[in-house]
Design a protein around this ligand. Structure first.
Ligand SMILES: Nc1ncnc2c1ncn2[C@@H]1O[C@H](COP(=O)(O)OP(=O)(O)OP(=O)(O)O)[C@@H](O)[C@H]1O
Length: 764
């Protein structure tokens, strides 16, 4: 038996303590079967700019033992009796015999997540370090033929991804053989791992242990259009490296942590060792210091937004050199990147990756130098692979790509590319014919998504939105085209008691991530967002997407809808359509090969809308009063500050122009009275027409049955709790019934239907 490794695991976020170990083990388990316990962490910590440790788990009373077998060194885990574990220090050193291997795990840099090497003194070099065998043939028969690194298979299994998604199944084998790939597949279909797993497989398979403090060269660059998406991709990949992996358990470490030796006597040099494979994100809004620390240490996989990366590249020659010898370049949501205003930066970064461009510059500037020779040698030994993924890449572009035999070269002074087609055609695919895999659905519609619309006046959109949110509580993402619109709506919906959060580019990054986290953790939360949230964000179980303002393009419509109905879950989207917008919607749908009539109307009980309008009117009054008061105060403060700065004395008129204390108090009292009125109104239940709240067992439609069955809607008396997709289907069936009958019968049926609806409320 090899030597035992004992550790006490603590982290700065949540202190964990390993109890004392004893050799009297009771069970030998695989890493995934260990009794991991979730460590509670503050929500805020999970969304900090360090890209967040999303889950933290700990395990107590486990001994890690290295065992030399014929196949090499393997790792075993022994779970000790909890009773044994309370023994003291003495038993610990006696039993294990090696006391210097104790290590403390602490959060060192949450911006860099890694797979640390084990903290033993005599750790084997990675070439001989064998991750505990993962039986993929039995546990993951559908993943097995892909022959991925066992650490990745273990992680995939741990996340219950029992088979590859179609885009993964079709691209991973080619990517593993070195092909360049253009992958197009519906939103939420697992594209991140389609490019991520081949990269991680290569890096893990060829990982070389670097001495501590050695800067590791960048091997893969993933470019994403938004900060949130870049952070999410980095987290997603780190989950495959850390969360469920055996190597993690081997090192007894957590994502985003590194091991620090704390043994007596001998140093645990390897405990300070570099990670096997590291992934980090660098995005705008992140502290420069942290970013520098990450880059100084070096990462294998860098996920970045083009704007921030270009800023760094202008100062960091080291990184610029790394980019010239990348192994992997990924453009995630490539088509969005040209819309974000960072097109020039993206173009510049891509120039750096183009070997022919490098040759052009190096030939001119350093012909025959060691740098030019090194680049050429590197190119021959490890040609760069390029992956371009999106849910929306035009068919024309794909055709052109296939026709193309040679990349269009970047000339030194060439103007930047101006369209996505131009840009992608200039990508330096090493593959003469990159493999194009397009399995996107016709019309961009995911099969598990139900689309719908509400037709209403522009001025009534607030009321209809409020109706929808009240009628169908559930995690809802509402898209608006303007930040002003979000600023106007958030306080109103807040006053109406909805858990609503904003997300747009003018919020501080910390606030953006905080709001996103709140949205993720409350199943009834509402996020009002601009299109920065339209691409790539993978928020589990978004029930509804609402297009409050119509999307700018068909692609935006597809991506916004893609925030719901992900990974084969069902989802619902609703387009709010004012008369002026109908022409645009028709054009938008036509470009997807569809018609306006393809999208049915959500059934609405108009009786409720009037009540919604009353509540909204009061909320608007309060908001205006609050706004005026704070604006006056702000103006007055500004004048005083300006006068002070200029050393001017304000005359008494000006001083007096501000509100007096009495006026301030009167205004506050008015706001308080309006709020009390609104709260009283909100306490009154919204009652469907024809329903008696006093006689719940009688009336045209007794509601007692629904109450007893627990199916009554808490906020709207007289309607059943239901989801919009079911109500849409019921409305569709009713309409069909009406259409199939004779004209006269149809009329009677419709009248009857109207009556029923009027009395029972929708969804009943
Ligand atoms: N093989 C799999 N089986 C089940 N779920 C998976 C699998 N691979 C990935 N997922 C999950 O599916 C969800 C969507 O994945 P991902 O974010 O990569 O989708 P996407 O195709 O990039 O979407 P978008 O186009 O919106 O960016 C994620 O929660 C991911 O964890």
């Amino acid at each position: 038996m090899g030597r035992a490794l004992k550790r006490k695991a603590t982290s700065s976020a949540a202190s964990t303590s390993s109890k004392k170990l004893k050799t009297k083990e009771t069970r030998v388990l695989t890493a995934n079967n260990l009794p991991w316990k979730t460590v509670s962490r503050s929500k805020e910590a999970a969304v900090d700019l360090d890209e967040g440790i999303l889950d933290l788990e700990e395990v107590d009373n486990v001994e890690v033992v290295y065992e030399d077998t014929e196949a090499g060194r393997v790792i075993r885990f022994k779970v000790l009796d909890s009773g044994d574990a309370t023994d003291g220090e003495k038993s610990r050193s006696e039993d294990v015999g090696v006391s210097d291997g104790e290590a403390e795990v602490e959060v060192e840099d949450a911006g860099l997540s890694s797979t640390p090497l084990p903290a033993t003194v005599d750790v084997s070099p990675p070439e001989t370090l064998h991750v505990q065998a993962f039986d993929s043939r039995t546990l993951l028969p559908e993943w097995h033929p892909l022959s991925l690194h066992s650490q990745l298979l273990s992680a995939v299994h741990g996340q219950a991804f029992m088979k590859p998604t179609p885009i993964q199944a079709q691209t991973i084998p080619s990517a593993l053989t070195g092909r360049d790939i253009v992958g197009v597949a519906e939103t939420g279909s697992g594209k991140t791992l389609a490019y991520g797993l081949p990269i991680l497989h290569d890096l893990l398979t060829n990982a070389v242990a670097l001495p501590p403090k050695t800067r590791r060269p960048l091997r893969a660059l993933i470019l994403a259009p938004t900060r949130e998406l870049a952070l999410q991709v980095s987290t997603h990949l780190n989950k495959c490296l850390n969360q469920y992996s055996n190597v993690k358990e081997e090192a007894d470490a957590e994502p985003s942590v590194s091991l620090k030796g704390k043994g007596k006597g001998k140093s645990t040099g390897a405990g300070n060792g570099p990670p096997l494979v590291s992934v980090a994100a660098i995005v705008g809004g992140m502290s420069t210091q942290k970013q520098k620390r990450i880059l100084e240490r070096g990462v294998d996989v860098l996920v970045a937004t083009p704007g921030r990366l270009w800023d760094i590249l202008e100062e960091d020659d080291h990184l610029a050199k790394d980019i010239k010898s990348l192994r992997y370049l990924v453009l995630d949501e490539a088509d969005r990147m040209i819309e974000t205003g960072h097109f020039a930066e993206l173009d510049n970064i891509l120039r750096l990756t183009q070997r022919s461009f490098q040759k052009d510059t190096t030939d001119a500037d350093f012909a025959g130098t060691s740098e030019s020779t090194a680049l050429e040698a590197e190119e021959e030994a490890h040609p760069m692979q390029t992956f371009v993924f999106s849910a929306t890449l035009s068919k024309d572009l794909q055709r052109n790509l296939k026709k193309r035999h040679k990349p269009r070269l970047f000339k030194r002074d060439a103007a930047p590319a101006s369209t996505l087609d131009d840009l992608i055609l200039r990508l330096d695919f090493r593959d003469p014919e990159p493999q194009v895999v397009d399995i996107s659905p016709e019309g961009g519609v995911v099969s598990t998504l139900k689309e719908s619309k509400i037709e209403c006046l522009m001025t009534d959109k607030d009321a209809y939105l409020y109706y929808f949110l009240t009628r169908y509580p559930g995690r809802t993402l509402v898209f608006l085209s303007s930040i002003d619109g979000i600023r106007r709506l958030v306080p109103l919906l807040e006053l109406l008691g909805l858990p609503v959060y904003p997300l747009h580019s003018q919020l501080e990054q910390r606030q953006r991530l905080k709001n996103l986290d709140r949205f993720k953790s409350d199943p009834k939360a509402v996020l009002l967002a601009t299109d920065i949230a339209a691409r790539g964000l993978d928020i589990p179980a978004v029930a509804h997407v609402v297009h409050y303002q119509i999307p700018r393009s068909a692609d935006a419509y597809v991506h916004r809808n893609g925030r719901t109905a992900r990974a084969q879950r069902s989802g619902f989207s609703m387009l709010m359509c004012a008369p002026d917008e109908r022409r645009l919607i028709r054009a938008l749908l036509a470009s997807l090969g569809r018609q306006e009539s393809d999208i049915p109307e959500v059934p609405i009980e108009h009786h409720f809308i009037d009540k919604m309008k009353q509540r909204l009117a009061l909320a608007k009054q309060i908001d205006n009063a609050q706004h005026q008061a704070s604006k006056k105060k702000h103006d007055q403060n500004w004048i005083r500050a300006a006068a002070e700065a200029m050393d001017i004395e304000l005359d008494s008129d000006m001083e007096a122009s501000g509100p007096t204390n009495r006026q301030v108090k009167a205004r506050q009292a008015k706001v308080a009275a309006l709020k009390a009125e609104l709260n009283a109104m909100l306490r009154q239940p919204l009652v469907a027409r024809g329903v008696s709240t006093r006689y719940i067992t009688s009336g045209s439609r007794p509601i007692v049955d629904d109450i007893l069955a627990g199916e009554d809607h808490q906020g709207m008396v007289g309607v059943k709790l239901s989801d919009p997709a079911t109500d849409l289907a019921l409305a569709g069936k009713r309409a069909k019934k009406v259409n199939t009958g004779s004209k006269a019968q149809g009329r009677i049926a419709a009248e009857k239907e109207e009556d029923e609806e009027e009395w029972s409320g929708f969804g009943s």
